[in-house]
Design a protein around this ligand. Structure first.
Ligand code: AR6
Length: 184
């Protein structure tokens, strides 16, 4: 398993699944959420509305994750997660870590081999990019450290896709500081 840092637009990534930094309503927003809905097409909003009408009448809680198809995206799946909103007083980093670990759990359940994360929480929700990188890598390392059950397809590639070069550089630096990924 490996971790890669990519500077670019997550909607263009040729991976099995991309993660969306959504809000609890699941009904779209700005930032990476808006970009993903735009690129996936209106079917994505329909799928999110369907989730609200069935499994998630109260919306998706911060730290939880749920999947929909990717529709017009290169990625087969979108895994929606909701970062804690620092501006609303949600300052517990464990909740941010849960966004990454729950997304990995959902991805594994779908048989996803390659998964791309944005900097969940590092925009509108007010987390420092450095904190998001530390928490995100820690969650991936914990995932990789877990024993593999027989017959389970593990996620093999985790990309962190950062929109700006500045944030990509922060992620590269933190990755080096934390040991630069892990042996396969
Ligand atoms: N590809 C990769 N990263 C992107 C892209 C893109 N196309 N577009 C933006 N980013 P944000 P949050 C980066 O605000 O902080 C939405 O309205 C962006 O530069 O998208 O979790 C939701 O609906 C930043 O580094 O997510 C919620 O209401 C990172 O993605 C709320 O914002 C995350 O920024 C969620 O806020």
């Amino acid at each position: 398993m490996r971790i890669e840092i990519v500077q670019g637009d997550i909607t263009a990534r040729p991976v099995d699944a991309i993660v969306n930094a959504a809000n609890s309503s699941l009904l779209g927003g700005g930032g990476v959420d808006g970009a993903i809905h735009q690129a996936a097409g209106p079917e994505l909003l329909e799928a999110c509305r369907e989730l609200r009408a069935t499994k998630l009448p109260d919306g998706l809680a911060p730290g939880a994750a749920v999947a929909t198809p990717g529709f017009r995206l290169p990625a087969k799946w979108v895994i929606h997660t909701v970062g804690p909103n620092r501006h609303a007083g949600q300052t517990n980093p464990a909740l941010l870590g849960s966004c990454f670990s729950e997304s990995l759990r959902v991805a594994e359940g779908l048989g996803v081999r390659s998964l791309a994360f944005p900097a969940v929480g590092a925009g509108v929700y007010g987390w420092e990019a450095r904190t998001v990188a530390q928490v995100g890598f820690e969650a991936v390392h914990a995932y990789m450290g877990r024993p593999v059950e027989a017959g389970v397809q593990r996620v093999e590639l985790v990309e962190f896709v950062l929109f700006s070069e500045e944030v990509a550089e922060i992620f590269r630096t933190v990755l080096e500081e934390t040991g630069g990924g892990v042996p396969a």
